[in-house]
Design a protein around this ligand. Structure first.
Ligand code: ADP
Ligand code: MG
Length: 569
């Protein structure tokens, strides 16, 4: 009998061979030995406290490194808990590989432990969902799952492993060895489309570039920066498209977002979808006659919601490169002094004035703008910002600047709450391994924090110095003061009188740090916030929590349109 290997080791080695670096998971029967096999081949294993968070961490590392992170879970409930994470990865177009243990095949159909139709359950949220039929075929399935997670539009894949397959031992010469596939193919644009796009932009009166997180994933920053710099065209970024071209670039019209969208006559849409985030590209948020030049790697995305003027299937890098060449040939630069720039600049100035007035109001209890202004002033300009919550995320998006790509991680296209700490764990590992001086700052609403708060223990265990700022308004959207909250509860049956949006008033979340013998910060004033933030940013080997009690009724500045409420299309 020659050398043998079990399914656990074949799987661990296959993942390593396909370039996987990180595994986030929670172990139990039947994947404990698998997690150890993974570590033994050099995969970094991060044990989490909740499967959803593990899945969020795995997909964030996928977005940051362009290689899927693995999420390892047990059968039944373990797998069910990650479906939210799989859907989130799939909808955000981020690469992810979920690996689930499953009940042994000889117990299937007779009430096996945690028996569950896992392959079928995962399929709607995945590009590929399969169970290798035996240990010898594991490498083939791993290669396919990693390829599908990263080729074309990135997304989630699921592989299912019954205990009997993981434990089976086979002779090494029976293993069907796979290969390392090359990088995803680069799709080049049709040169005619490039010329048409340049003509449309040169003839536009009110051109606008919209940069989405597809551009960030595509690593198109160098090209898009040059395009904006050279053409002087105004641009807007979607929430996670922020930083591909710096928020502080002169051409950024983020402060005039409503006007820019509403009046633009030609829009160059790069790596963004015309879904709810961009108000479907329709009136009243867009001009009814707007001509959209749409660039996407996926042809099925073309003409979604409205018909594009030009739809180009291309990778963003070669398309932008070709645009730059064509604009150079035509010596095009959008004039500084024309009406469109004047209008956008005026609008930016006006909106910035309103914000300045709100941020300089430091009355206690604090408002959002004063808090965010001071966070922005103190955090390092190159830090990775994780953000979630309702008002906290919305206001933070405009107040916290991103000058580097892939430096903002938030609730994303699926609007998922609870992603924050998982994302922060992934970001902190990424910093530790790839850019050690960089910090991760996680700005969360108090409600959002509650979804995954116990992952603080994970941050402590792996010595990850994430700074968590909880912007605490004691509720979802808004809350109540300590006195008002008490009187509401005393009005009778609390299940009938406590508003569904309320959370306990002024909860001292920072005291979680006491569980680890560390202190957290509770702050009410700007000087307290400044001191706490400065102290928390001193290099250390542990996370920090700064709990900022703000006015429970604090709100956004008045908006012409709210992001979600208008439903007439
Ligand atoms: P946002 O939330 O910023 O609007 P979306 O996630 O909605 O961004 O859209 C990103 C788009 O980018 C997706 O349609 C995806 O297919 C596309 N995309 C991803 N990678 C590339 C790439 N390398 N080249 C072109 N398009 C890409
Ligand atoms: Mg809140």
């Amino acid at each position: 009998m020659g050398e043998e290997m079990d399914g656990n080791m074949i799987l661990a080695k296959s993942l390593k061979d396909q370039g996987i670096e990180y595994v986030f998971g929670i172990v139990g029967i039947p994947v404990i030995e698998l997690s150890m096999a993974m570590q033994s081949v050099g995969l970094k294993y991060i044990g989490m406290r909740n499967e959803q968070s593990a899945c969020y961490a795995a997909q964030a590392i996928g977005y940051l490194t362009k290689k899927p992170g693995v999420c390892l879970v047990v059968s039944g409930p373990g797998l069910l808990h990650v479906t939210g994470g799989m859907a989130n990865a799939q909808i955000n177009c981020w690469p992810l590989l979920v690996i689930g243990g499953a009940t042994s095949e000889d117990h299937e159909g007779i009430g096996g432990f945690q028996e569950c139709p896992q392959v079928e359950l995962s399929r709607p949220y995945c590009k590929y969902s399969a169970r290798p039929p035996n240990a010898s075929l594991i490498p083939t399935h791993v290669e396919k799952a990693v390829r599908l997670a990263t080729y074309g539009r990135p997304g989630a894949c699921y592989l299912d492993f019954p205990g009997n397959i993981l434990q089976s031992r086979i002779s090494v010469d029976k293993i069907v060895n796979s290969y390392a596939h090359p990088e995803p193919p680069f799709v080049f644009p049709n040169p005619k489309d490039v010329i048409r796009a340049v003509d449309a932009l040169m003839n536009a009166k009110r051109p606008l570039i919209i940069i989405g997180k597809g551009s960030a994933y595509a690593r198109a920053e160098t090209y898009l920066r040059q395009l904006v710099h050279q053409t002087n065209l105004p641009f807007l970024a979607t929430p996670m498209g922020k930083g591909v071209v710096p928020d502080n670039a002169r051409q950024c019209v983020g402060s005039a977002r409503t006007t820019a969208l509403q009046k633009a006559d030609v829009v160059l849409l790069v790596g963004a979808r015309l879904n709810w985030i961009l108000h479907f590209g329709r009136p009243p948020r867009f001009n009814a006659d707007v001509k959209v030049i749409q660039i996407d790697i996926v042809p099925e995305e073309m003409h979604n919601s409205i018909k594009s003027h030009i739809a180009v299937q291309s990778d963003i890098v070669p398309f932008t490169d070709a645009l730059i060449d064509e604009f150079t040939k035509k010596k095009f630069r959008f004039n500084e002094n024309n009406e469109w720039w004047k209008e956008l600049n005026e609008k930016c100035e006006k909106n910035q004035k309103t914000v300045k007035a709100m941020q300089s109001d430091e009355k206690v209890p604090l408002n959002y703008y004063a808090v965010f202004h001071n966070i922005r002033e103190i955090i390092p300009s190159d830090c990775i910002i994780v953000s979630e919550g309702a008002n906290t995320m919305d206001i933070g998006r405009s107040m916290l600047l991103n000058n580097l790509p892939r430096h903002r991680l938030d609730a994303g296209t699926f609007g998922t709450m609870g992603v924050g700490i998982g994302f922060a764990i992934a970001a902190a590992l990424y910093c530790r391994d790839y850019c050690p001086s960089k910090r991760v700052v996680c700005v969360e609403g108090d409600s959002a924090f509650g979804f995954s708060g116990m992952e603080i223990e994970t941050l402590v265990r792996y010595s990850l110095p994430v700074v968590i700022v909880i912007v605490n308004n004691s509720g979802i959207y808004s809350g109540f003061t300590v006195e008002d909250f008490k009187s509401l509860q005393n009005m009778g049956d609390a299940t009938l009188t406590t508003p569904p949006t309320a959370l306990s008033a002024e909860t001292r979340y920072e005291n979680i740090m006491n569980m680890f013998g560390k202190k957290g910060y509770f702050v009410r004033t700007i000087p307290e916030l400044q001191n706490a933030l400065r102290e928390a940013l001193i290099p250390s080997d542990h996370p920090s929590i700064i709990n900022v009690a703000i006015n429970p009724q604090a709100d956004r500045k008045p908006q012409t349109y709210s992001w979600l409420t208008e439903s007439k299309l």
